[in-house]
Design a protein around this ligand. Structure first.
Ligand code: SF4
Ligand code: SF4
Length: 427
């Protein structure tokens, strides 16, 4: 694609990067067919190619974002299905991140939109505040279906019961069982530990059982991904995590930084890029990104202990977009589930997003609901006993639409190798 940036514009490293990305796009349009919003809406501007044009024009003209640009970029899920499909290697993620940032800086949203975005950006990274907000949403459940649009969507996301904080999410170290094979840090995260503390608990049991010492580093917290995808500056979250894990590297050494929320994994693996222009942090950020691993990658390296539960339960594996498109991890989780004795079922249209996508289900509830219905229909067509996914957003989203229990892959691997049955199966 031809671009028309001036030399002065290209002096800016971000614009140079955008120029490089735009020039790799050859307009072929292959990406549109696998874009969930294009599939739903059939509008070129709601597909990757259309969005790329909108961002190009906005950046080239040094123009403030218009309502039209904001509308179509806001509808993008950042699912990155287009990156999997693109034959030219267009780095849509880095381009849309720039687009969102420009929108956030230059476009004045309607008051309700500003308020909601500000509210989500403030509470989601803070577990104590998020717990309070969920309590409010939980109390409003009886009237949730009468609340309009986004308010109703927010209230509907409240879990049926609100677990208390788990003791495992505090800074501490868990020794390996038997001979230590690895020393790893686990990202305790933010929203996941509030909604489903059992996921970190299962992850720690699984890793320690397989010979890992697991550290929850003091000072590590939200990865910054949720606010980053809202176009906000999230680099302070990245810096705090980099500092926390660098202290661990320099203290006892780390073989990996394990992430069990695949959305966060995409962000942390991108820290090196996000901080490439920060002379103080660039090398440290690159080191952290190189150490970042999804739980399935680490477990694939370790090899799974033989299963100790009955074999053959039918598990529909839902591939989170952040895992299959964002991290290109497609086979490892399925291979691990199969090694654990589950009959792994392929979900039709597995490349299409479930509509969770960070804060998307709260900011774009109508599109998100349509994607969930489609996903649940496809999952239920496989007649599963259980649904497994590697991302809390997908788990929450899918569970709202089905009676089939939806659990994290870590919970199934933990159960199969000696841990307790996932609570969603025993409720
Ligand atoms: S990230 Fe997903 S929703 Fe956005 S343009 Fe690409 S395929 Fe479409
Ligand atoms: S598939 Fe790639 S090269 Fe083709 S239009 Fe989409 S982003 Fe551009």
């Amino acid at each position: 694609m031809q671009t028309h940036f001036s030399l002065a514009q290209l002096a800016d490293p971000d614009t140079r990067e955008a120029d490089k990305i735009l020039r790799t796009c050859v307009h072929c349009g292959f990406c549109t067919a696998t874009c969930p919003t294009y599939v739903l809406l059939g509008d070129e501007l709601d597909g990757p190619r259309g969005r790329i044009y909108l961002i190009k024009e906005m950046l080239e003209n040094d123009a403030p974002a218009t309502a039209q640009v904001a509308k179509h970029i806001d509808r993008c899920l950042s699912c990155l299905s287009c990156m999997t499909t693109c034959p030219s290697g267009v780095h849509y993620m880095h381009l849309v991140d720039q687009g969102r940032h420009r929108i956030e800086e230059t476009y004045r949203r309607p008051l309700a939109d500003r308020w909601l975005r500000g509210f989500l950006a403030f509470i989601l990274p803070r577990p104590a505040l998020f717990r309070l907000a969920l309590l409010g949403a939980w109390l409003s459940q009886p009237i949730a279906r009468f609340l309009p649009g986004r308010l109703g969507a927010l209230a509907a996301l409240a879990p049926a019961s609100l677990p208390g904080p788990s003791p495992v999410d505090r800074p501490q170290s868990f020794p390996a069982e038997g001979t230590r094979r690895k020393r790893v840090a686990l990202l305790a995260g933010c929203a996941q530990q509030v909604v489903a503390p059992e996921i970190n608990e299962a992850t720690i049991r699984l890793l320690t059982r397989h010979g890992c010492e697991v550290v929850i580093a003091r000072g590590a917290g939200c990865c910054g991904g949720l606010t980053h995808h809202m176009g906000r500056d999230s680099l302070d979250y990245a810096r705090a995590n980099i500092d926390a894990w660098t202290r661990e590297i320099e203290g006892g050494g780390l073989d990996a930084i394990v992430i069990n929320t695949s959305g966060c994994g995409v962000t942390i693996k991108d820290y090196g890029y996000m901080l490439r222009n920060d002379a103080d942090y660039a090398p440290k950020a690159a080191r952290i990104s190189a150490l970042a691993k999804d739980l399935s990658e680490v477990m694939a390296e370790l090899g799974l202990n033989p299963p100790v539960i009955e074999k053959g339960r039918r598990v529909a594996y839902h591939a989170a977009c952040s895992l299959q498109h964002g991290q290109r991890l497609r086979e490892q989780p399925k291979a691990l589930l199969a090694a654990a004795g589950f009959a792994v079922l392929e979900v039709p249209e597995g490349h299409i997003c479930c509509g969770s996508a960070g804060t998307y289900n709260m900011l774009q509830p109508a599109l998100s609901d349509r994607l969930r219905e489609r996903k649940v229909h496809n999952i239920e067509s496989t007649r599963p006993d259980i649904v497994a996914a590697g991302n809390i957003g997908c788990i929450t989203q899918i569970a709202l639409g089905t009676n089939v229990p939806v659990v994290h892959t870590a919970e199934l691997l933990d159960w199969a190798t000696g841990g307790p049955a996932p609570s969603a199966l025993t409720r």
